[in-house]
Write a protein that binds this ligand. Structure first.
Ligand code: SPV
Ligand code: MN
Length: 606
């Protein structure tokens, strides 16, 4: 008998307990038992994969006031606390064994024992009086070479509801696990903590997200914003990056998409990493192409092929600027009566959601992330509160979208990737599209040198460059030099290594304006697609291969019915030597700072 059996029987219905017992997995029982005892919820509900449980979770999120209904009956709205609107980088730490602290010094880390005692102190009794829920999920498709089974224990029914939309449930996967697999799952323990009358976490000063990559467990306390609370998303990603480093595969902050050439009747899969606000989602959603996933990809070598899955089932997308003009596919879906959780937007008196950049006149009052809201109202710092938060989101299944690549989305072995894109934001260095001569060069010259520039939308000076290797620095959970080497080795281990391309949508002209329109990314992408199929010649430059003018001119005509002048081409595709050497120096300095043990091989290449 498991030592927690008596306790769990007290806190669970017979049905819930039987669901747990049926797994015959002592490790799951220990995980649930440990936190049932420590966090002490009033009750614990165990979910399986049934529609009944999916419905129950949704009903509970509403009944407990964590979500509210909207005019469209299948849609709900949720508000995080005013101070809990984005990922809390400061309080997201890796708990690291003492002997490894040196190696991990550049990560936001805390010595293991100290971290454990702090987080367990916060977690003690944190669920008292609340109903908790235990859910089983899979990262990636179930029963596939990519599958990572996960258990989520939470007292937030909004978190559970979000995960039911964003991930595949996997109770039956746990039921079918072989004995030797039974310890190999990710564990997430989460509590929103004490809530105020609006259902928002009150103890934000004690918000902590502590990652234990050694034991594959993440603790998230007093947090609600999904990036801080939904275990399966960025917490799991950090665990997966660490695991992939040990096992020789990759977990990347990338979309997966198919570029479709209708005339030639072919589909070519690309993945792409872009720092935030550098065009990641809009690339994955280019009209006429198909999406597999918009945020996180796993890569594995399967029979010598470089194959990828989207680990998610849904999208947790930024809603700002989603309007009929700029983002018609998403906008249309948000207007339909299908399941969506809107977060941190305004609910008008008409019980409809409103957000920034919606392209629709918003009402002057309603309820939003601030509470009861009226136009012009100021927060405690005297800052005017907008209709919605800039990081407000929608949570929606991907398979609602017309442009989903259904076959790729469901493929157990993933899709064969032929192109990898790295896209930064820079106003005066890199060309709009450029192909690397080989994989290693791509990782070191394109991926490792990625940078983003501050824009007028962020505080402080405009145009300041932030290094963002692989657009993954918030999540890389082992030393940067080793992570970079793992990227190189993985790509070289497959038979057909994808081509790597860089993109830059943000080159500015002499007048300070962007040179190309938002739509031009389709041209760069189709040039890359053509290169994969051996269709275009290219010029060699010190940083890679660039297009010929005539090819781009034809692509602009074909895809956008636009003229593309030779002057624009010359300006965009100029090799800016000294700016590039400066960029390389910044990259070297960054690697030195982040990982002094970066292999010499990397610095030698630069
Ligand atoms: C990101 O910030 O990269 C996101 C949203 O995809 S979050 O869930 O906050 O990570
Ligand atoms: Mn992301």
């Amino acid at each position: 008998m498991n030592k927690f059996e008596t306790l769990l029987k007290e806190k669970m219905s017979e049905e819930s307990f039987q669901k747990l017992a049926a797994l015959k997995n002592e490790k799951v029982m220990d995980f649930v038992g440990t936190f049932a005892e420590h966090c002490d919820p009033k009750s614990i509900y165990v979910c399986d994969d049934s529609e009944k449980d999916t419905q129950y979770v949704r009903e509970q999120a509403l009944a407990k006031g964590e979500e509210h209904t909207l005019a469209n009956s299948k849609q709900t709205i949720h508000w995080d606390g005013y101070g809990d609107q984005a990922r809390d980088k400061k309080n997201t730490r890796f708990m690291v064994y003492k002997e490894n602290m040196d190696k991990m010094a550049s990560l936001n880390s805390i010595e293991y024992e100290e971290g454990l005692s702090e987080i367990m102190g916060i977690a003690k009794g944190i669920m008292r009086g609340k109903d908790a829920v235990v859910l089983f999920y899979s990262e990636g498709p179930t029963q596939s070479p990519f599958t990572i089974p996960c258990v989520q224990f939470t007292d937030s029914w909004y978190v559970a509801h979000s995960e039911n939309i964003l991930y595949r449930t996997a109770y039956s996967h746990f039921l079918n696990m072989k004995d030797e697999e039974k310890d190999d799952f990710f564990r997430f323990i989460h509590s929103a903590g004490e809530l105020d009358e609006n259902g928002c976490s009150v103890n934000l000063q004690n918000r902590r997200i502590y990652m234990d990559t050694q034991n594959n467990i993440v603790y998230s306390m007093n947090a609600q914003y999904a990036g801080n609370s939904v275990g399966l998303k960025k917490h799991s990603m950090r665990l997966a990056i660490n695991k992939s480093g040990q096992e020789g595969w990759l977990c990347e902050h990338m979309f997966v998409m198919a570029v479709v050439d209708k005339k030639k009747n072919r589909k070519t899969y690309f993945c792409g990493a872009y720092p935030s606000a550098c065009g990641k989602t809009s690339t994955a959603m280019i009209p006429g192409e198909q999406i597999v996933g918009d945020d996180i990809a796993y890569f594995r070598n399967i029979n010598g092929e470089f194959r990828a899955v989207n680990v998610e089932f849904g999208m947790f997308g930024i809603i700002k600027d989603v309007n009929e003009q700029d983002d018609p596919v998403i906008f249309k879906n948000l207007m339909l009566n299908q399941e969506v959780i809107f977060s941190n937007v305004l609910r008008g008196k008409d019980n409809k959601p409103y957000w920034l950049g919606m392209g629709v006149d918003a009402p002057d009052e309603g309820r939003n992330h601030f509470g009861e809201w009226k136009k012009g109202v100021k927060d405690a710092n005297g800052k005017e509160v907008g209709v919605a938060h800039g990081n407000a989101r929608y949570t929606m299944r991907l398979d609602y979208l017309d442009n989903i690549d259904k076959a790729g989305f469901e493929a157990k072995d993933g899709v064969k990737v032929e192109g990898v894109l790295y896209g930064g934001r820079d106003s005066d260095i890199t060309v709009p599209v450029e192909e690397s001569p080989n994989w290693k060069d791509g990782i070191l010259i394109k991926a490792a040198t990625l940078e983003s520039e501050t824009t007028s939308a962020t505080l402080g000076q405009e145009g300041v460059r932030t290094p963002s290797p692989m657009a993954n620095m918030d999540f890389v959970s082992y030393p940067l030099g080793s992570y970079t080497m793992n990227n190189i080795k993985f790509g070289e281990s497959v038979k057909a290594t994808p081509k790597i391309f860089s993109t830059n949508y943000f080159m500015r002209g002499k007048d300070g304006n962007f040179v190309t329109s938002k739509l031009a990314k389709k041209v760069w992408l189709h040039w890359a697609e053509g290169r994969i199929h051996g269709e275009y010649e290219a010029y060699d430059t010190p940083t890679g291969k660039i297009p010929h003018y005539e090819d781009l001119k034809a692509l602009f005509k074909e895809h956008l019915n636009e003229d593309f002048s030779k002057e624009t081409y010359d300006y965009l595709f100029t090799f800016r030597c000294t700016k590039w050497t400066d960029k390389l120096e910044r990259t070297k300095a960054y690697y030195k700072k982040m990982d002094p043990n970066t292999p010499k091989e990397i610095f030698d290449y630069w």
